[in-house]
Design a protein around this ligand. Structure first.
Ligand code: SAH
Length: 216
């Protein structure tokens, strides 16, 4: 695949940014990241024209690249600051990982489906996004490299696994879609010592989390 990001793609991306603003995304760093990363690089050639529509899209192996609004909203809620250690659960296409990389965090991302892991890892490397990719069950986090300032789950969990809270630093933030298999509430948890503050941020539909703390 040839990577080309010309005026036409950039124009489409500007349009997408306007859509995100109109849907309520206000964080300028997030909007900047969304404008910087060519989303069409994460699509097959034949599907290029789908890249700048605000919709989720299949990426193979029964998985999807999240809708741009969802990526923007999750990133906004996560509020990652430069240099922070961030864990993403569910690498998928690698698009969200690219967005987080542009925000200059130290990103660890874990994917359970081997072909997706391999593809995203090679792809992110080739595009120059410095994400550390791991293969494994992220429903129990990635304790080896924790604790993290931020944890982002991009698959739907039946509940928040305790092990993930344990991998959050004090003051750390976790964002995850929690609920049923087909519809979830976006939950944000802020860890304060042994306490946690839980907020709810609207309804979303993600693919299910598999693994030990998932739906398996
Ligand atoms: N963040 C992705 C979207 C991911 S879709 C992107 O930007 O494209 C959800 C992903 O979570 C899928 O790729 C799925 O395979 C993965 N997943 C599901 N359960 C998982 C688990 N237990 N550990 C790691 N990844 C998981």
């Amino acid at each position: 695949m040839v990577f080309r990001d010309d005026y036409k793609h950039k124009g489409l991306r500007k349009g997408l940014i306007n859509t995100l603003r109109s849907k309520g995304i206000t964080n300028e760093r997030v909007l900047y990241a969304m404008e910087s990363v060519p989303r069409h690089y994460f699509f097959d050639d034949a599907l290029l024209h789908h890249a700048y529509i605000d919709k989720a899209f299949p990426i193979g192996n029964g998985q999807t690249i999240s809708q741009p609004y969802t990526v923007a909203r999750q990133t906004e809620l996560l509020d990652p600051e430069e240099g922070m250690k961030v864990l993403e659960i569910g690498t998928g296409s690698g698009y969200q990982a690219a967005i987080l990389s542009v925000l200059n965090v130290r990103l660890f991302t874990i994917e359970v489906v081997k072909p997706l892991y391999q593809k995203a890892k090679d792809h992110l490397k080739r595009l120059g996004y410095p994400a550390r990719c791991y293969l494994g069950d992220g429903s129990i986090g990635l304790p080896k490299y924790g604790p993290y300032d931020r944890i982002l789950m991009t698959a739907a969990a039946p509940k928040i696994p305790d092990s993930l809270i344990e991998q959050l630093k004090d003051g750390g933030i976790l964002v995850a879609p929690v609920g049923k298999k087909k519809s979830q509430t976006m939950v944000r948890i802020i860890r304060k010592g042994d306490e946690k503050v839980t907020e709810e941020h609207g309804f979303f539909a993600f693919v299910p989390l598999t693994g030990k703390e998932g739906w398996d």
